[in-house]
Write a protein that binds this ligand. Sequence first.
Ligand code: DX5
Ligand code: ZN
Length: 236
Amino acid sequence: MVKAIIAPSMLSSDFANLASEAERMLNCGADWLHMDIMALHSSAVTECCICALQDGHFVPNLTLGAPIIESLRKHTKAYLDCHLMVTNPLDYVEPLGKAGASGFTFHVEASRDNWQELVQKIKSKGMKPGVSLKPGTPIEEVYPLLDGENSVELVLVMTVEPGFGGQKFMPEMMDKVRTLRKKYPSLDIEVDGGLGPSTIEAATSAGANCIVAGSSVFGAPDPAQVITLLRGSVEE
Ligand code: DX5
Ligand code: ZN
């Protein structure tokens, strides 16, 4: 019905050795590489850096963008699963498409007014459109994006507050996954945050098939073993 997809989050990798870290994960059995794109809005940063961190921004962190995706693309053919934690995802479609991103998952909270245009543009650049939702956002908010012509092909259910790796999995988010899986049997349902050997069962039994894991994979003495374990838990 659905395929198991294991996507190590490169946020937990050694950024100074991104290409070799990517290769290491692929050799360990990764299907996708999850790329967390977080940015602070430039005009607000100029205004006041501290305020920018406190409000008006999607997450209080800054990671990587199109130039790094472009550099990594030169070293790998892997599926680059980009998770956009930005307030203005539309601005990123063109540069990320050019850079060689494979998937473009934006947040529903950041696209209430323009998701149709966004999905259309993502598809026109040859990327797979996905939508993500924060823990506080009800699942019903993504329904309009799953029906009709400009529909997304993946839903990413956040199982931590977006912004940082290494946080604790929120099991209460599994109700969203269960509800979604009932409604959409063949949809790619991705979970992100706090996933590892001790939490995977909760996620896969609820119906998740696409598993993002950062610290549990990169922090393991044998990442291949963890990837195999995560994959084994997904009901295909
Ligand atoms: C958090 C990011 C995640 C993060 C997951 O905002 O979206 O992808 O890297 O890291 P872990 O698996 O350590 O919770
Ligand atoms: Zn992510």
